[in-house]
Design a protein around this ligand. Structure first.
Ligand code: AGP
Length: 580
């Protein structure tokens, strides 16, 4: 996820664009760049670092011209560096592009551009050369023709030396056009230009637009001109950055269908040729619960023993690990101190190391033998949601690679959408329970890690004590906690352990315990055993964790919101725990 911005009008583009990408910096902040077009020339300045750092070195506002584009990056292909920063310039130096998204077939496209010198390691640069190659005097047509060859996601801004227009297009990544008076703006979202205009046109997938000082023309995927009335937004900058959601966490929960779509095509690989004799998955918090799901699916499919450990325990437990073993570190931030220490210990003991990381070039990524980057984009809310989902997708793909089993993840995005459409019902359920002081979360088998994750979501943002348990454990102590003041969330999809979890629910009901059941929408039976139901679509049994976690994220969110907690920045917590 990156931030792209554009301006065309009568004012100095660079000054406006600097403010725009500052407002978009939450979308990506490892490198930044800007191009302007003036007097038949393209002027470019770009570098690794945050906007203010790079601007202090390169002085963006001194760039000439009243047309320009800018970009703040969240690296997916190619480390954060000066050369990999956007915008990218075509081989003639006459066309510049800024891109947000992932070009899946960039290597094939690169093949078709033999003889052209590439200056970066990014997938995006291929677009600049492709557009140049297809340019016959009409920039819009060159962009439309080039994008027909692209497989992947994009929001793209293109300018050339003639300074008369900005061409934009999108598929899968957001793009908004701000309609001004004698000037027009572009942004990944309206926070790029809401300070200048509240009139906005949103592009839909496979649409493109030609933006001039006094006109905006929209084209559908056949290149036919279409009309679209601008909307008027009443957002301020902060609301715009949250996409209109009240908190980043809620926005990120809603981004999960797209995150799954983006993650399905993540290439997965191992740092060792031979099959590991054992796999260790080591992480903290939510990442650790993703690892526990990974244990169940890898052991079930590939029949390789998987040991999961809290990194803070692993590092002091004198673990028995060696050269035939694979150590997998999972971390959203890639900077968690305990996970980094555990990785170093595993390497010291000769294990092969693989990291599943969301932040490119982070410390854990750099120190692992191999790294697979999740595609969640920047996760701003301290409570991890979309990164967790992307970690799960990577673990399913690793299990498939090890076992040859095929997991069909393609229907998961629409099934998550279906759960998100039940948001009001989940909010109503939250209203019944937000004053409770203690919660139990129970699940079996693959749903046990989700019980742990659901409990963590609740406690870290609502400050309510919540415990996740393997539901078969209830009789071994926790059932003593059951009363009508301690609600239990039971994760009970129609899977092979369904009858067992129903028995546990009956035991709880028999002791006046209130039950909220996450259950299959077609399950007519569950209503007899639960006070409230959070329905989910049915799916292949192994894939339920990708669905059952979503209502728990929303339940925790709405309970915390009713308790007026600081959801994006909960007390005592940090997004990345870089100390022991
Ligand atoms: C998750 O919601 C928490 N914020 C926390 O448990 C987090 O998962 C943990 O600190 C690990 O962080 P990492 O993924 O960046 O390593």
């Amino acid at each position: 996820m990156c931030g792209i911005a554009g301006y065309i009008g009568k004012k100095k583009a660079a000054e406006l664009l600097l403010k725009s990408i500052k407002n978009l910096e939450y979308r990506g902040y490892d490198s930044v760049g800007m191009v302007t077009s003036s007097e038949g020339k393209i002027h470019i300045r770009k570098g690794a670092g945050k906007v203010d750092e790079v601007n202090a070195k390169l002085d963006f506002p001194s760039m000439p011209g009243t047309v320009g584009i800018a970009h703040t990056r969240w690296a997916t292909h190619g480390k954060p560096s000066d050369r990999n920063a956007h915008p990218h310039i075509s081989y003639s130096g006459k066309i510049a592009i800024a891109h947000n998204g992932i070009i899946e077939n960039y290597l094939e496209l690169k093949e078709s551009l033999q003889g052209i010198e590439f200056k970066s390691d990014t997938d995006s640069e291929v677009l600049a050369h492709l557009i140049e190659k297809n340019y016959q005097g009409n920039l819009l047509k060159a962009v439309q023709l080039s994008l027909k060859m692209v497989i992947g996601t994009y929001a793209i801004c293109v300018i050339n030396t003639n300074s008369e227009e900005i061409v934009v297009a999108r598929n899968g990544s957001p793009l908004a056009i701000g309609i001004g008076k004698g000037e027009n703006f572009v942004g990944s979202d309206v926070s790029a230009f809401v300070a200048h205009t509240k009139k906005v046109i949103y592009l839909n997938d496979f649409e493109s637009a030609e933006i001039r000082t006094n006109s905006v023309s929209i084209f559908n995927n056949e290149g036919k001109k279409i009309s679209r009335e601008p909307k008027t937004i009443d957002w301020d900058i902060e609301k715009a950055q949250k996409g209109g959601y009240k908190h980043f966490m809620l926005k990120e929960i809603h981004e999960q269908p797209q995150v799954v779509r983006d993650s399905i095509s993540i290439p997965v690989f191992f740092p060792m040729k031979e099959r590991p004799s054992r796999i260790f998955i080591v992480a903290c918090g939510t990442a650790g619960y993703a690892g526990l799901v990974g244990k169940y699916i890898i052991e079930k499919s590939a029949r390789i023993p998987v040991e999961v450990a809290y990194a803070s325990e692993f590092r002091y437990a004198e673990p028995i690990i060696g050269k035939d073993d694979l150590f997998i570190a999972i971390s959203q931030s890639g900077e968690t101190a305990d996970t980094l220490a555990a990785l170093r210990l595993a390497k010291q003991k000769g294990a092969h190391t693989l990291a599943i990381i969301n932040v490119m070039d982070s410390t854990i990524a750099r120190e692992s033998d191999a790294v697979i980057y999740t595609r969640a984009g920047p996760e701003i809310g301290v409570a991890s949601t979309k990164a967790f989902i992307s970690q799960l997708v990577v673990l399913y793909k690793l299990a498939a690679e090890l076992s040859g089993k095929k997991y069909d993840l393609t229907t998961i995005p629409q099934k998550i959408d279906a759960i998100l459409s039940q948001e009001e019902k989940i909010k109503e359920t939250a209203k019944k329970y937000f004053l409770a002081h203690n919660f139990l979360y129970i699940g079996r088998n693959l749903n046990f890690p989700i019980a742990l994750e659901g409990a963590l979501k609740l406690k870290e943002i609502s400050y309510i004590h919540a415990e996740g348990y393997a539901s078969g454990e209830m009789k071994h102590g926790p059932i003593a906690l059951v009363s009508d003041e301690v609600p239990t969330v039971a994760i009970a999809p129609r899977d092979s352990t369904y009858s067992k979890i129903v028995s546990n629910m009956q035991e709880i009901k028999a002791r006046n315990g209130k039950i909220i059941a996450v259950a299959s929408e077609k399950d007519g039976e569950i209503a007899k055993h639960a006070d409230d139901i959070l329905p989910i679509p049915t799916t292949e049994e192994d894939l339920y964790p990708l669905l059952t976690v979503v209502p728990l994220q929303l339940l925790a969110y709405y309970i915390a919101d009713l308790r007026e907690c600081d959801i994006d920045k909960p007390r005592n917590l940090a997004k990345s725990v870089t100390v022991e």
